[in-house]
Design a protein around this ligand. Structure first.
Ligand code: C2R
Length: 187
């Protein structure tokens, strides 16, 4: 498994050389792809294979159910489902499998994602969808990887490493702001 890259390091976003598909990413339209691509990129950065599909609970209900029903058999461990406006897709996917589903409300349409957020987060009892913030497909992938890491010590170590490098970035920013603030006092 590759060492995870930070957002400042290069990645071409392609899961080259990764045959094991462990994360399934689905979105209601290709207009969601610029947002959902962030999830595929995080998976690629951690060397975790994913597949990305456009399927719609509204427009292609049969294909959507088939994809979700077959995911566990294909070796997928977690699903990420993103949709905008009247976002039924994550819930419909969750209803078709017992794999954990992470929902991404996509900001498309006149309500800028608030409609999708409420549709995805307010699932009825019995069919949970772990909902992340509007457009936060990157967090959806990190959460998916954390779930996979429960049974993968190498992936867990890569996530710990990612967190500590993120902490170093905050410490460097802290230092810069403190120095700038002090320079104002001495000016
Ligand atoms: P188009 O850009 O194709 O018109 O889609 C998509 O996720 C997208 O954000 C506009 C928006 O419609 C959403 N969509 C859903 C579903 N299918 C498509 N919410 C669904 O099944 O939930």
């Amino acid at each position: 498994m590759a060492r995870a890259r930070t957002e400042h390091e290069h990645s071409d976003g392609v899961n080259e050389g990764m045959s094991d598909i462990r994360v399934g990413i689905v979105m209601g339209s290709d207009s969601d792809w610029p947002t959902m691509k962030k999830a595929a990129k995080v998976c690629a950065d951690f060397g975790v294979g994913c597949e990305s599909r456009v399927l719609s609970a509204h427009r292609t209900p049969r294909e959507t159910a088939e994809w979700a029903e077959g995911a566990a058999e294909r070796g997928i461990g977690v699903l990420i489902a993103g949709a905008g406006v009247a976002a039924a897709l994550p819930g419909v996917v969750a209803a078709a499998t017992t794999l954990p589903v992470v929902g991404v409300p996509v900001a498309s349409g006149p309500l800028n994602g608030v409609d999708a957020l409420l549709a995805i987060v307010q699932m009825p009892p019995g069919i949970p969808v772990a909902t992340v913030g509007v457009n936060r497909a990157d967090n959806a992938a990190l959460l998916a990887l954390q779930i996979l890491a429960l049974g993968d010590a190498e992936l867990a170590a890569a996530l710990t490493d990612y967190r500590s490098r993120m902490g170093e970035g905050v410490a460097a920013a802290d230092e810069r702001v403190r120095r700038d603030s002090e320079s104002l006092e001495s000016a």
